[in-house]
Design a binder for this molecule. Structure first.
Ligand SMILES: CC(C)CCOP(=O)(O)OP(=O)(O)O
Ligand SMILES: [Mg+2]
Ligand SMILES: [Mg+2]
Ligand SMILES: [Mg+2]
Length: 140
C-alpha cells in the first residue's frame, strides 16, 4: 500500500469570551466518535486565518474575528480505518456576535456542537486536540 501523504488541518478554538470553547463529537473515518474543535483541511491558496474562518462558518454558521495562531501538532493516526498523518495548525478566534448560536450544519460529520470550559473537553478526545491540551495552552 502506498503511504498516505501528510496533510494540513486547521483546528479552531472558537471563544465566546467566558473561558469556553466550541467542541463536537466527530462522525468521520478519522477520529470517529472523538471530541474535536470545528475545523478542517487547509484548501489551496488559503491563509490559516481564512481557513479557520471558512471552516467555522461552514460547520457552525458562526462568524469569528481577531483570529490568531495558537499551536501546531504533528499526528500520525496509524490505527484508524484509513491511516493518516496530519499537521494541525490550531487557531483561535472570537465570535463577531457574542450571542450567536452554533448550528450543526454538517450532521453527517458531527453529532452537534456544545460549549465546554477550556481545557475540560470530554473523553474521548481527538488526538490532535489532546496534544494541544497536553501543551497546557491557556485561553487567557
Ligand atoms: C483530521 C483533521 C486534523 C483535519 C481534517 O479535518 P476534517 O476531517 O474536519 O476536515 P473537513 O472539515 O475539511 O471535512
Ligand atoms: Mg469542514
Ligand atoms: Mg471539519
Ligand atoms: Mg473542509
Amino acid at each position: 500500500m502506498t503511504e498516505p501523504v501528510p496533510k494540513v488541518g486547521v483546528g479552531v478554538l472558537v471563544c465566546n469570551g467566558s473561558q469556553h470553547v466550541l467542541i463536537g463529537k466527530r462522525r468521520s473515518s478519522i477520529g470517529d466518535g472523538t471530541y474535536a474543535l470545528p475545523g478542517g483541511h487547509l484548501d489551496f491558496g488559503e491563509t490559516w486565518e481564512e481557513c479557520a474562518a471558512r471552516e467555522v462558518k461552514e460547520e457552525t454558521g458562526l462568524s469569528i474575528h481577531n483570529i490568531k495562531f495558537v499551536y501546531v501538532t504533528n499526528t500520525v493516526l496509524r490505527d484508524e480505518k484509513r491511516p493518516s498523518h496530519y499537521v494541525t495548525i490550531f487557531m483561535r478566534g472570537e465570535l463577531v456576535d457574542p450571542n450567536a448560536v452554533a448550528e450543526n450544519l454538517e450532521p453527517e460529520k458531527c453529532d452537534g456542537w456544545e460549549w465546554v470550559e477550556w481545557p475540560n473537553v470530554p473523553q474521548p478526545v481527538f488526538r490532535p486536540l489532546q496534544s494541544l491540551i497536553e501543551s497546557n495552552y491557556q485561553l487567557s
